[in-house]
Write a new protein. Structure first.
Length: 237
């Protein structure tokens, strides 16, 4: 296999363009979501092969609840079915699965399934795959702030640090993304990991998510390897 020089520890992906992919083929939008699951599987294998430790996906935003009821319920059903369908391959591949977001808005059935698959894969030590479902960055910062407010109420001398806020986010303990990829040509964050992307490198790909496979991921990693991350300093050291 090609020797890729700089492998991001955490790659995060805003999977976009499923609806347009379907429309281009005269299909219903949901066909794009179905094909998008195949992209997730392929990209997960590729990321695992090159030694990525965390691979996360924006699967459903808080704002996506505003889509037509039919599409929302189809997506919820697709999440449940895919979790079940992919479980064996995840276990075999050493994948630890985590689902992060506003769990209170998910059905009891989906929540139970998530608990079950998270504990079944908890021993996966090759790669952690994170699905953000019913997630938004502002919601995450707000719920972390509420925790800080409680601590402050209990102890007025407490002076919160940035680390304290990070520790209250749903991503606590997970390194911030090194590389964020958004597909389909859109160049915005759409309320994704607002706090966690403070120093993330962004790669925007014109490819629609259902067409985004191994080679496209490797291209993004090559692009990442050419970047000079300076973190506000002069020379990257
Ligand atoms: C991304 O594809 C999947 C989700 C947001 C759930 P879209 O459904 O946003 O597809 P486009 O952007 O309409 O093409
Ligand atoms: C962002 O895509 C959300 C996910 C990929 C889950 P959207 O398609 O919802 O974003 P906008 O509306 O184009 O910003
Ligand atoms: Mg979209």
């Amino acid at each position: 296999m090609e020797n890729l020089t700089k492998i991001p520890q955490h790659i995060s992906i805003i999977m976009d363009g499923n609806g347009r992919w379907a429309r281009q083929r005269g299909k219903n939008r949901v066909e794009g979501h179905i094909e998008g699951v195949n992209s997730i599987r392929d990209v997960l294998r590729a990321a695992s092969d090159i030694g990525v430790r965390y691979l996360s996906f924006y699967a459903f935003s808080e704002e996506n609840w505003g889509r037509p009821e039919q599409e929302v319920s189809f997506l919820m059903e697709l999440f449940a079915q895919s979790l079940l369908g992919e479980k064996d391959e995840m276990l075999a591949g050493g994948v630890r699965l985590r689902i992060l977001g506003n769990r209170a808005r998910l059905s009891a059935k989906l929540n139970a399934m998530i608990d079950q698959i998270e504990s079944a894969t908890a021993g996966g030590d090759r790669i952690t795959m994170i699905l953000f479902i019913s997630y938004s960055g502002q919601w995450d910062i707000l719920q972390a702030s509420e925790k800080l407010a409680k601590r402050l109420a209990a102890d007025p001398a407490f002076v919160p640090t940035a680390q304290d806020l990070s520790d209250g986010l749903v991503t606590a303990g997970i390194p911030d993304p090194d590389l964020l990829i958004r597909t389909s040509g859109e160049q915005r964050l759409s309320n994704y990991l607002l706090w966690q992307c403070a120093y993330t490198e962004f790669v925007f790909s014109p490819v629609l998510w259902p067409d985004f496979r191994r080679e496209a991921l490797l291209d993004a990693v090559r692009e990442y390897a050419r970047r000079d991350r300076r973190y506000g300093k002069i020379d990257g050291n």
